[in-house]
Design a protein around this ligand. Structure first.
Ligand SMILES: [Fe+2]
Length: 336
């Protein structure tokens, strides 16, 4: 594109002779129209024009046609502007008067550079796509292993059927209510799914015992939170997720297990799981007692807020509990 007929003619002739197909334009709008109608690899544009300038064309091309290379054409007296156009995305510039042989060499060089850049970008996009799909595959495999572990526990302990899933739903609901990030929520989701996995190591007759546990049996149940962390350590590398599993039976006021932590020393995810776990346990039938209605279970959470549970977490649970009626909890065991 050039407003001078002679320049257009000279460049057109030289480039056609060198084997290129060319379209000429005398002003920016004409060039933009041509760009809409046909595909181009390269735009050669004069800088100084009576109305819209070559800079306008350069901006339009770099913004809308990233695969088209732009070379500026300028008078020797204005190379400073030409150099500036390089910063704006132009590939190169030609100075008038032309040495036509040099013009053809420059055009060839720019087109080579441009096709290399396009190839590079396609390769990078392809690589990103490949990494993304491999990451998804890895995640699927990982979640498959996690679900297999959860299923193994459910096969052994009739009570936990659906329990981990419900605890996860409730814990995620609370996580959202307290404004956790998606990454943090993902950790809570994972820990919720496997929080009781250590019960695999607790004898079945203890897990399914109808009636109160003896002290010795209770001690056997209590090892499940530490054991869970041990079992998961080879599968889950995230120390936070492991700590949520380990500490989900700590009490906010102290005196829980396995480490007797209290208050904010208990990891946030473990405090969340403690509320979700207790709520689901109360609204589910146990071998030794029937379920409580949801309202009664809520009252229990409130009356143990501060002693057993983090009061902020109980508050967040109460505020977001309406969601449970929109998204009912699956498979709550019922007597009879
Ligand atoms: Fe547990």
């Amino acid at each position: 594109m050039d407003d001078e007929q002679t320049v257009r003619d000279v460049l057109n002739r030289a480039l056609v002779e060198a084997g290129y197909e060319c379209v000429v334009a005398s002003m920016v709008d004409e060039a933009l129209l041509a760009l809409q109608q046909e595909q181009f690899n390269l735009v050669l544009s004069d800088i100084l024009m009576p109305e819209k300038t070559g800079i306008d064309l350069l901006e339009a091309v770099t913004g809308n046609y990233p695969d088209i290379a732009v070379m500026m054409v300028t008078a020797v007296s204005d190379t400073e502007t030409a150099v500036n156009t390089l910063k704006m995305g132009a590939y190169d510039y030609l100075t008038k008067p032309f040495n036509l042989e040099e013009v053809c060499i420059s055009v060839r060089r720019v087109l080579d550079k441009q096709s290399l850049e396009i190839a590079n970008r396609e390769y990078r996009d392809h690589l990103e796509q490949k990494v993304k799909s491999q990451t998804e595959k890895l995640r699927d495999t990982f979640m498959g292993a996690i679900m297999a572990l959860a299923d193994a526990l459910e096969a052994k302990d009739a009570y936990t059927h659906g329990h981990s899933e419900r605890v996860t739903i409730i814990a995620v609901m609370i996580s959202e209510a307290i404004g956790m990030t998606e990454e943090e929520i993902e950790k809570v989701r994972l820990a919720g799914t496997v929080h009781d996995i250590g019960k695999i190591g607790v004898p079945e007759r203890v897990l399914n015992k109808p009636g109160r546990l003896t002290d010795e049996e209770f001690a056997q149940v209590k090892i499940h939170s530490e054991l869970g962390e041990d079992i998961l350590r080879n599968l889950v590398r995230d120390p936070e997720v492991l700590s949520y599993v380990r500490h989900h039976h700590e009490r906010f006021g102290g005196g829980g297990y396995p480490d007797g932590l209290s208050a904010l020393a208990i990891p946030i995810g473990a405090r969340l799981l403690a509320v979700a776990d207790a709520f689901d346990a109360m609204i589910s039938d146990r071998p030794y007692r029937d379920s409580l209605p949801q309202e009664k279970a809520c009252q229990q959470l409130i009356s143990n807020s501060g002693s057993q549970f983090d009061p902020d977490i109980v508050d967040a649970f109460m505020c977001s509990r309406d969601k449970l009626s929109i998204c009912p909890l699956p498979n709550i065991p019922r007597a009879g």
